[in-house]
Design a binder for this molecule. Structure first.
Ligand code: SAM
Length: 333
């Protein structure tokens, strides 16, 4: 018999198992469900969860068996890994609900090189805001930087549900804010929320595309372009750069729209490729695979930095909120 060379222990450990796949799928559904019921917010605030119906009891029991909750009598509270799940639940929602329609359509599209992104826009918007909320100190840093400067107008390009704008308006209290997003429904809901919060005099939300084109977009006519001093964009630049003509070209287009912009804030995911999923930080393989199937390019840190340098922007601060999700504050220098 030919001797079989055993695999290195670390190489077998670096594979997903059938158990990871099946139980991970169910756990993802239950994590989003519990979030829709507000359980993670309650538990992170230090309160206990008390199921009152059969469905709630079954979900709580499943989350306990998954290791995320501990039961004490009729109450549940977070374990260490439950705390991690609660803090990072936006990633779970984004993949389980936001991106599921894209992955689902792969089955019927083997003959294509890529499929169009087909998302649940509300789920994507909420997941992005939840991801951002897990690092409030990054908001604080952006908000304090804006607040320390002469008051102006900050625009968020691809603002989704305006969660980031709302948070920043609470820190930079003299600044005016504009948010623009291509999803009309998301903008309509966010506008109602801004009004409910009494922030309509400081936050203006507009539907439209922020992809620079030869023609100026219609929404720009509603904006005092000269007043814009800070332009922000979170988790969209890679897509615009991919659909358009690269990072430099998109940033140059925005600089043309807003001639007095003196600060850029760019949050985006960097490309960190590795042959095995488990060789990358969690979420990086999913992010990379989602973008590969939709034909949207991801860009390396060097490519972002080269574009900034080419246009005369200097990095003031760079903040990681995940190995690959990086927020950079830049000023013209
Ligand atoms: C990944 S989400 C990021 C949302 C938000 N910036 C954040 O980080 O919380 C991308 C957002 O960009 C919006 N979007 C996509 N293409 C756009 C375009 N051409 N113009 C404006 N918004 C766009 C989507 O509707 C979505 O809300």
């Amino acid at each position: 018999m030919t001797a079989v060379t055993p695999l290195e222990p670390h190489s077998t450990a670096a594979e997903l198992t059938i158990r990871d796949v099946i139980e991970g799928h169910t756990a993802g559904q239950l994590i989003v469900t519990a979030d829709d019921w507000g359980w993670w917010t309650v538990a992170l605030a230090g309160d206990t969860i008390t199921p009152t119906t059969g469905v709630e009891a079954t979900v709580a029991d499943a989350l306990e068996r998954a290791g995320f909750l501990i039961r004490q009598g009729s109450h549940y509270h977070l374990t260490h890994s439950g705390h991690d799940i609660a803090k990072n639940r936006g990633f779970v929602r984004g993949v389980v609900r936001g991106w599921e329609p894209t992955f689902r359509q792969l089955s019927g599209n083997a003959h294509r090189n890529s499929v169009p992104a087909l998302t649940d826009p509300g789920a994507v918007a909420r997941s992005c805001t939840d991801i951002a909320r897990r690092r409030p100190e990054i908001f604080a840093s952006i908000g304090q930087t804006i607040a320390a400067d002469t008051p102006g107008t900050t625009i968020d390009l691809g603002c989704a549900d305006s969660g980031r704008v709302q948070a920043l308006a609470g820190i930079a209290t003299k600044e005016q804010f504009i948010g623009v997003d291509i999803e009309d429904g998301v903008i309509a809901d966010a506008t109602a929320e801004v009004a409910r919060l009494g922030l309509s005099d400081r936050i203006t939300l507009l539907p439209g595309s922020v992809q620079p084109e030869p023609e100026l977009p219609a929404w720009l006519a509603e904006v005092d372009r000269d007043a814009v001093t800070t332009a922000m964009t979170f988790f969209l630049l890679h897509q615009l750069a991919s659909d358009g003509d690269g990072i430099t070209s998109v940033l140059r287009g925005w600089m043309r729209w807003f001639p007095n912009v003196r600060r850029l804030v760019v949050g985006d995911g960097y490309l960190l490729a590795a042959p095995r999923w488990t060789a990358q930080p969690w979420f990086s393989p999913t992010y990379e695979i989602y973008h590969a199937v939709t034909g949207v390019r991801l860009w390396t840190q060097q490519e972002y930095e080269q574009a900034y340098a080419d246009l005369g922007w200097s990095v003031v601060r760079s903040m990681e909120d995940h190995k690959m999700l990086v927020t950079t504050i830049l000023e013209r220098g």
